[in-house]
Design a protein around this ligand. Structure first.
Ligand SMILES: Cc1cc2nc3c(=O)[nH]c(=O)nc-3n(C[C@H](O)[C@H](O)[C@H](O)COP(=O)(O)OP(=O)(O)OC[C@H]3O[C@@H](n4cnc5c(N)ncnc54)[C@H](O)[C@@H]3O)c2cc1C
Length: 382
């Protein structure tokens, strides 16, 4: 007889992997499917590193989600024996007029999250590798750091499989039919029957649900560059250099991790992007701009060779809030996505939240609701 699952989770990126993991922890019979494999290079979760920080301006919700996730990441690392988090700290570089870091400082202080306000002179002393042109102060989150993203997703899926989740490496076709789904069909013609379905398909969600989610999600093209550091230098690696973000230019970076060189990325939204068909080649303009930023922030590395590049998708909702809700037309289909360029760190809490609402004992968060997602983009969550 054909197996019937309690829940089928489509998409083994960070959100789907953690949803499957938590659902299994709650004794559900779970199948997890992915077209290209957990943490593959075109998925948003497929980069080497993702920053784990708690600061979200005045926003309690994501600060609390990050705190909960950090606890769950740590529990998972203890359980799996995998080292997936590097405690680099996170440094916000700010100008006098930047309100977001000031609000982050206030929220972190109120929630008793370790943080330090660093005047420019202190920044210069502690982080001499940065040039501080235009920077007035810094906010340091000493307990923040960097998650080894691809490895982490693969470890969560491996653990979920060990716990009893079935994994199928096939692409799921767009579900057709009425207000309830009996089964999904994969590219090999396999029918997967389940009571509930979670689509955690990242930037692919608009392709799968073009008439609904497709009008409320705005995948963007994001470029990342790695630059080499000088032979024998320790200034750009742990423990000397933190992960960082600069308000002045909306760019972020990580230290040299796994000897790849320092990573720099632009957090402003790039052009519209199709994760399925697009090539992953950094544009000459993007590269030129990033090198200018390299010269500004790290003059010592001004002529360092580019060591690697990435092109990745942000799966943006209208304002940056996640989209985790029932599908508007299909009662047993759930959407878990809209990480909007900041979702990776939150994946353990997102998975827990998904399991809670599917099991019927979670409290729905209005900000994650489909109903609140607009068809025009105005970003307010960073
Ligand atoms: C350059 C960049 C930097 C970022 N930096 C940070 C950061 O520092 N900190 C942070 O917290 N977040 C960061 N993010 C955001 C974070 O990486 C994403 O929000 C998160 O990884 C999204 O995970 P996901 O599971 O929703 O999507 P994905 O990881 O994209 O996973 C979706 C999966 O669904 C699968 N899929 C799609 N369609 C189908 C189908 N039809 N059938 C089967 N499988 C399917 C895909 O193959 C894919 O594996 C960054 C993102 C990018 C692009």
């Amino acid at each position: 007889m054909r197996q019937r699952y309690d829940v089928a989770v489509v998409g083994a990126g960070a959100f789907g992997a953690w949803a499957a993991y938590h659902l299994r922890q709650r004794d559900k019979r779970v199948v997890l499917l992915d077209a290209y494999g957990p943490g593959h290079s075109r998925s948003s979760s497929g980069g080497e590193t993702r920053i784990m920080r708690m600061g979200y301006g005045p926003d309690d919700l994501y600060t609390r989600f990050a705190l909960r996730s950090m606890k769950l990441w740590r529990e998972f690392m203890r359980r799996s024996g995998e080292q997936l988090f590097l405690p680099t700290g996170m440094l916000w570089l700010a100008r006098k007029r930047d309100r977001y870091p000031q609000k982050s400082l206030e929220t972190l202080t109120r929630l008793r999250v370790p943080c330090e306000k660093l005047p420019r002179v202190e920044l210069r002393k502690r982080f001499p590798q940065f040039s501080l042109r235009g920077i007035d102060w810094g906010l340091l989150e000493p307990e923040a750091g960097v998650l080894l993203a691809r490895r982490a997703v693969q470890a969560v899926v491996a653990q979920a499989v060990e716990d009893g989740v079935e994994y199928i490496g096939e692409a799921v076709e767009t579900p057709r039919g009425g207000s309830r789904l009996d089964a999904i069909v994969t590219n090999t013609g396999r029918r997967v029957v389940a009571d509930e379905f979670v689509f955690a398909c990242g930037a692919w969600l608009p392709r799968i649900f073009p008439d609904t989610v497709g009008k409320r999600m705005f995948p963007s093209r994001q470029e990342v560059c790695f630059f080499s550091v000088a032979a024998g230098s320790s200034s750009y690696a742990l423990p000397a250099m933190p992960a960082w973000y600069s308000y002045a230019d909306n760019i972020y970076g990580t230290p040299d991790i796994e000897n790849r060189g320092i990573k720099m990325g632009f957090d402003g939204h790039g052009p519209q992007f199709d994760p399925e068909t697009a090539d992953r080649i950094v544009s000459p303009r993007g590269l030129r701009t990033m090198r200018e930023h390299l010269r500004t922030y790290f003059p010592e590395l001004r002529d360092s060779p580019l060591s690697e590049t990435r092109v990745c998708a942000y799966e943006n909702t209208s304002n940056g809030d996640f989209l985790i809700d029932r599908h508007p037309d299909i009662e047993n289909v759930w959407i878990a996505g809209g990480g909007s360029g900041h979702g990776f760190k939150h994946a353990p809490a997102v998975g827990e939240y998904v399991a809670g609402i599917i099991c019927g004992d979670g409290r729905p968060e209005p900000r994650f609701a489909y109903a609140g997602k607009a068809t025009v983009q105005v970003r307010s969550v960073y």
